[in-house]
Design a protein around this ligand. Structure first.
Ligand code: MG
Length: 423
C-alpha cells in the first residue's frame, strides 16, 4: 500500500531527497552574495579554514565596501593562490566609491540588482551560490543560479517565499540543486539523509521563541528596539532578528519548508524550543522521530550545504549534553505572535499572498528599525496589506516583481498614515 503522505502530496519536493547530489572537484568554487552579512562572513570564515576545499569566485555587498575590502584582503592573505573574486555592489553610491578603488575597480560588476545576477552568471567556473542576501532581492540571483545548474546553498528564504514555484521550475530546467542553509531546514535535510520523500510524515520546525517568549501582551506594546535586537540564542543581522522576535521568521520558514520538502502546510508544525539545541525534527510515516541537535552556530549548516551534505571536520565549540539542561518544548502563542498565523494563511492561499506578506513585512521591519513604528504595529501593517493586495495568480517573475512593488507601496502608505495620525 502506498503511504498516505505520498497520496496527500500536492507539491514537488524541491530538495533532492533520496536523489544523488551534484559532484564538484575541490576546491568548490563559491559565489557569496551578501558577503559582509552574517551568512557571508561565516562563509568566508569556512573558506579561510579550508582553502584547499573552498574558493571564492564572486562576492557582493550592498553598501559596506570598506568591510568588503577588509574581508577580501584577509581572504587573500590566507589563500594567496586563489584568483581575486568578481565584486558586485548594489547601492549606487557605494558602487561608485568601489569603482574608484584600484584593487576592485576592474573586477567590479554592474550596480544594483543586475550586478548580483551578473555575479551568478559570469563568475568563472562557479559551482555553488551561497545566497546570504536579505529579502526579496535574493530571488533573481537564485533563479539565475538555478538556470545555470549550480548548487544553491540557500540562506535567503525569501527566494522560496516570493518565488517558490518559479524556483522549482528553474531548478528542474537547469539541473540545479537547492541545499538549505537555514538551520531548521538543514536539520530536516540531515534527518532525511538516505531517506525518500514517501517516508516523510510531518516536519516539526523548532523556534527559539525570540526575546519576548515570556513577555506579556501589555509589556509587548512597550518593548524597545534594543530589546527587540537582543536575540537569546542566535547572533544574526537586524532584519532576521526582528523577524525572530515577531515569529515572522518562523512563518517564512514554514513557507520555505513547504516549497523545499513538498509537504502540505497541515503537516508542518512549529514548536517553541528555547535554547535552540534541537534544530528541527522529521516524523516519519511509521511514527519514528529524528532530530538534529547541535550548538547554535550557522557554520555547521553552512558547511553541510556548500560541501554537498557531508559532515566534514569543523573546529568549534561542541554541545555538552550534560550541561544543556532539560529540553523544553511549548506551543507558540498565536495571540501575542500573530505573524506566524498570517504567514501560514498566506502560504496556504498561495499566488500573490506570500509575496504581499513578505513585502509588507520587509517594509514594516525597515520602518521599525528607523524608529517610525512600534513592534505591535508590524502584524497590523501586514494584515492591512494582505487585505488590500493579496488576490491573484503569479506565474512569472515579472508578475511576482510587480506584486512585490505594489505591496511595498501599499505597506508604505499604511505606515505613513500610522505615523501621521500618531496611532
Ligand atoms: Mg532559521
Amino acid at each position: 500500500m502506498k503511504p498516505s503522505s505520498s497520496a496527500q502530496r500536492d507539491h514537488p519536493c524541491l530538495y533532492p531527497c533520496g536523489r544523488p547530489l551534484l559532484e564538484f572537484p575541490l576546491p568548490v568554487r563559491l559565489i557569496v552574495l551578501g558577503a559582509t552579512g552574517s551568512i557571508g562572513t561565516q562563509t568566508l570564515d569556512l573558506v579561510k579554514r579550508n582553502p584547499d576545499k573552498f574558493q571564492v569566485v564572486a562576492v557582493s555587498c550592498r553598501s559596506r565596501v570598506p568591510d568588503l575590502v577588509r574581508l577580501l584582503e584577509d581572504l587573500a592573505s590566507v589563500c594567496p593562490d586563489h584568483d581575486p573574486p568578481l565584486v558586485a555592489v548594489t547601492d549606487p553610491e557605494a558602487h561608485a566609491a568601489a569603482a574608484a578603488l584600484p584593487g576592485i575597480g576592474k573586477r567590479l560588476l554592474a550596480a544594483g540588482p543586475a550586478g548580483l545576477v551578473e555575479a551568478v552568471t559570469g563568475a568563472p567556473g562557479a559551482h555553488c551560490l551561497v545566497n546570504g542576501l536579505v529579502g526579496a532581492i535574493g530571488l533573481e540571483p537564485t533563479l539565475a543560479a538555478a538556470e545555470r545548474g549550480l548548487r544553491i546553498a540557500l540562506a535567503n528564504k525569501e527566494s522560496l517565499v516570493v518565488g517558490g514555484d518559479l524556483v522549482a521550475e528553474a531548478v528542474v530546467a537547469g539541473g540545479a540543486e537547492i541545499l538549505p542553509v537555514d538551520s531548521e531546514h538543514s536539520a530536516i535535510a540531515q534527518c532525511l539523509s538516505g531517506r525518500t520523500e514517501e517516508e516523510i510524515g510531518c516536519l516539526i520546525l523548532t523556534a527559539s521563541g525570540g526575546p519576548f517568549r515570556e513577555t506579556s501582551a501589555a509589556d509587548l506594546a512597550r518593548v524597545t528596539l534594543e530589546q527587540i535586537l537582543n536575540h537569546p540564542t542566535w547572533k544574526m543581522g537586524p532584519k532576521i532578528t526582528v523577524d525572530s522576535a515577531t515569529l515572522m521568521n518562523k512563518g517564512l520558514e514554514v513557507i520555505e519548508a513547504h516549497h523545499l520538502f513538498g509537504v502540505p502546510y497541515d503537516r508542518i508544525e512549529v514548536v517553541v524550543h528555547p535554547g535552540s539545541i534541537v534544530h528541527s525534527l522529521v516524523e516519519f510515516v511509521d511514527g519514528a522521530l529524528l532530530a538534529q541537535l547541535g550548538t547554535p552556530d550557522m557554520r555547521i549548516p553552512l558547511q553541510y550545504a556548500i560541501c554537498g551534505e557531508k559532515h566534514w571536520p569543523l573546529e568549534m565549540g561542541r554541545l555538552d549534553l550534560l550541561k544543556t539542561g532539560p529540553l523544553l518544548f511549548e506551543a507558540p502563542d498565536p495571540v501575542r505572535f500573530p505573524c506566524l498565523r498570517l504567514a501560514r494563511e498566506a502560504g496556504a492561499a498561495g499566488g500573490a499572498a506570500p509575496i504581499v506578506l513578505n513585502a509588507a513585512n520587509e517594509v514594516a521591519v525597515t520602518a521599525l528599525l528607523d524608529g517610525r513604528i512600534r513592534f505591535g504595529d508590524i502584524p497590523h501593517i501586514i494584515e492591512d496589506s494582505l487585505a488590500a493586495d493579496a488576490p491573484g495568480e503569479v506565474n512569472d517573475l515579472a508578475t511576482a516583481l510587480a506584486v512585490d512593488n505594489q505591496a511595498r507601496r501599499t505597506a508604505t502608505g499604511h505606515i505613513d498614515r500610522r505615523s501621521s495620525s500618531g496611532e
